[in-house]
Design a protein around this ligand. Structure first.
Ligand code: CS2
Length: 500
C-alpha cells in the first residue's frame, strides 16, 4: 500500500466511504469497465440502501491480468466518474472484494463458484466471450481445454491433481457448476451482455458444454443439478461506459488527492431490467433502481435495436467521416439524419413498447445521450467486434422490416458503413478488432485493391468497394437467414453515401 494510491484501508476524506462487504455473494465473470460502472454500482447502492453487506463481488478477468493489477493493490476499491453534459461527480465503490485472473487462479475461482455462500454469478464477457459458432451453437473447439479439464476431473471422481487454468469464460462457468453440483446449492447465472434473449442463449451454451464434456451417464449429476437448481434469467443493461482515458485518471487524482488506477467513467443514465427468476437469494437491486420483471424481452429489444443499433451506425459512419468520438459523429448533420432514419423509420416500427415507455422519447433521449461530449466514447471502441454485434442489433430490425414489406434504408446505410470500415482498415493495414477479423480480411483481400491510391471516390474504387461489400455481406451468420439479394443491392446503393 502506498500513501498516494487509493486503498480500502486508507480512504480519501471529503467523499462518502464505500461499502465494506462482509462476504462474497457474487462471482462476476468479465470485470471490465462496464461491470464496475454498472452492476457493481447497483450492488453498492443496494447495500447502502438496505444495510446488507453480504453481497461482496469476486471479479474475474479472463483475458488479461490488468484489472486485477489495478484493483488488488487498492483492496478492490475504485472510483466512478459520472460525466454529465453539465456536471461531473466522483463516487467510491467498495462492493468488489478482489479480482482473480484464471490463468493463475483458476482453483480459487472454481472454489468461489462452488461455495454455498455464493448465490449469483453475473457475466459481462461481451458477445464474443460466449464462444458461439456463426449458427449460434457452442464452438466446442474454442472451449476444448476446459471441457477436457472437466471430463478429467469427473473421471477422477471429482478430485484433480492439478487444476488446469481455465481458457474460456463458458468453460470456467461449466467447471464451476460441476464442482457446485456436489453440494447442490442453488445458484443464479445472470448474463448482462447485449444479446437477444441473453439468458436463454447462455443456458443453451452451458448445457451444450456440459453435454460435450460429459456425454454419458457421468454427466447425469451435472445435468440434474442444472435442471433443478440453476436459473439463467435474461437481463437488459444500459449505461454508456467508455474506456477510461489518462486525462480522466489525472482529473480524478486531483479530486481525490490519491491515484486510482481502477477508475471507470460513465454517463449519468443507467438502467437495469432483470427477469425475476432467481434460484436462491439475491441482492435487493431494486433498492438501487433496478427493475425486476417477468418479461425482459420488450426492454431488451428496444434497447438493442434503438440504442445499440444506432450506436453501431454512428460508430462506422462517424469513423469513416473522420470523427473520433460518438458525440462528434452524432452531431454531424449527415450522420444525424441517417441515425434518425434508422431509429424512427426502421427500428421503431418493429418494436412493441414496454409498458410505460414512449419509444419516440426514448429514441430522442438516446440521441442526446450520444451527444454528451464528456464521456469521450470513441467511434473505434463501439466499432469493435462488428460481426458479433450486428446480428443482435440490426438483424431483427432487418428481418422484421422485410417481413412487413419494408426495406430498411438506415440498416442498409449502416451495413454499407460497416463494410467500408472493414475494407478501409484492412487495406490501410490498420486491421480490425473482431474475433472474425481473419475471415473478413480474407474476403476483402480476395477483391482487387485499386492500384496506387486508395481509389476511394473514383469509379474504380467504387467498383472495388462494391465487390468487397458484397463479399463481406455474404459472411455466414451476419445477415438473417433468407435475406434476399435485392436487399444486398439496396446496401450496395449506399456505398457512395458512406464514401462521402
Ligand atoms: C456500445 C455499447 O460498445 C458498444 O457496442 O453500443 O457498449 C453501449 O455503450 C452500451 O450497451 C450502453 O448500454
Amino acid at each position: 500500500m502506498t500513501e498516494d494510491r487509493l486503498h480500502r484501508d486508507h480512504l480519501p476524506g471529503g467523499i462518502d466511504a464505500p461499502v465494506m462487504p462482509t462476504s462474497v455473494g457474487i462471482v462476476h465473470l468479465g470485470i471490465g469497465a462496464f461491470h464496475r460502472a454498472h452492476q457493481a454500482v447497483y450492488t453498492e447502492r443496494a447495500a447502502i440502501a438496505t444495510g446488507d453487506t453480504t453481497w461482496g463481488i469476486l471479479g474475474v478477468t479472463q483475458r488479461s491480468a490488468t484489472v486485477r493489477d489495478q484493483l488488488r493493490p487498492q483492496g478492490g476499491v475504485y472510483s466512478v466518474l459520472t460525466a454529465g453534459e453539465q456536471e461531473s461527480s466522483v463516487e467510491l465503490v467498495g462492493s468488489v472484494v478482489d479480482v482473480a485472473y484464471p490463468a493463475e487462479e483458476t482453483e480459487r475461482v472454481l472454489a468461489a463458484l462452488a461455495a454455498p455462500s455464493t448465490h449469483v454469478v453475473t457475466l459481462t464477457i461481451t458477445e464474443k466471450g460466449y464462444a458461439r459458432r456463426p449458427d449460434g451453437s457452442l464452438d466446442t473447439e474454442a472451449v476444448a481445454g476446459d471441457l477436457a479439464a472437466l471430463a478429467a476431473v469427473v473421471a477422477a471422481g471429482g478430485a484433480a491433481e492439478t487444476v488446469r487454468p481455465a481458457a474460456s469464460a463458458i468453460g470456467l462457468l461449466v467447471r464451476g457448476l460441476a464442482q457446485r453440483a456436489a453440494s447442490g446449492a442453488p445458484i443464479t447465472v445472470l448474463t448482462c451482455d447485449n444479446m437477444v434473449d441473453n439468458g436463454r442463449v447462455l443456458e443453451r451454451l452451458v448445457r451444450e458444454a456440459a453435454d460435450a464434456a460429459l456425454p454419458g451417464p457421468e454427466g447425469d449429476t451435472l445435468r440434474a443439478f442444472i435442471d433443478a437448481s440453476v436459473t439463467f434469467p435474461c437481463s437488459m443493461v444500459d449505461r454508456i461506459v467508455p474506456a477510461t482515458s489518462p486525462e480522466q485518471r489525472d482529473q480524478v487524482e486531483r479530486t481525490l488527492g490519491v491515484r486510482d488506477e481502477g477508475l471507470v467513467v460513465g454517463e449519468p443514465f443507467a438502467q437495469w431490467v432483470i427477469e425475476d427468476r432467481f434460484a436462491g437469494p439475491r441482492p435487493a437491486w431494486e433498492a438501487a433502481g433496478a427493475t425486476l420483471t417477468k418479461d425482459v424481452a420488450p426492454f431488451e429489444q428496444a434497447k438493442l435495436r434503438l440504442l445499440n443499433g444506432t450506436h453501431s451506425l454512428v460508430a462506422y459512419s462517424g469513423w469513416l467521416a473522420g470523427h473520433s468520438t460518438i458525440a462528434g459523429g452524432v452531431t454531424d448533420p449527415v450522420i444525424a439524419e441517417r441515425a434518425r432514419q434508422y431509429l424512427f423509420e426502421d427500428a421503431l416500427p418493429t418494436l412493441t413498447a414496454p409498458e410505460g415507455l414512449d419509444l419516440r422519447q426514448y429514441g430522442e433521449q438516446i440521441l442526446s445521450r450520444f451527444a454528451n461530449p464528456h464521456t469521450g466514447h470513441t467511434t473505434a471502441q463501439v466499432a469493435m467486434d462488428g460481426t458479433q454485434k450486428i446480428p443482435f442489433r440490426w438483424g431483427g430490425v432487418l428481418a422484421d422490416s422485410l417481413a412487413a414489406g419494408r426495406e430498411p434504408q438506415g440498416v442498409a446505410f449502416g451495413l454499407a458503413a460497416w463494410a467500408e470500415f472493414v475494407r478501409r482498415r484492412t487495406h490501410s493495414g490498420e486491421g480490425i478488432d473482431d474475433p472474425r477479423a481473419a475471415e473478413l480480411e480474407a474476403l476483402v483481400g480476395a477483391a482487387e485493391v485499386p492500384g496506387g491510391s486508395d481509389g476511394l471516390g473514383d469509379v474504380e474504387g467504387l467498383a472495388g468497394a462494391e465487390e468487397d461489400l458484397r463479399a463481406l455481406l455474404a459472411l455466414p451468420g451476419l445477415l438473417p437467414a433468407g435475406t434476399p439479394e435485392s436487399f444486398v443491392d439496396v446496401v450496395a446503393a449506399e456505398i457512395e453515401s458512406v464514401l462521402g
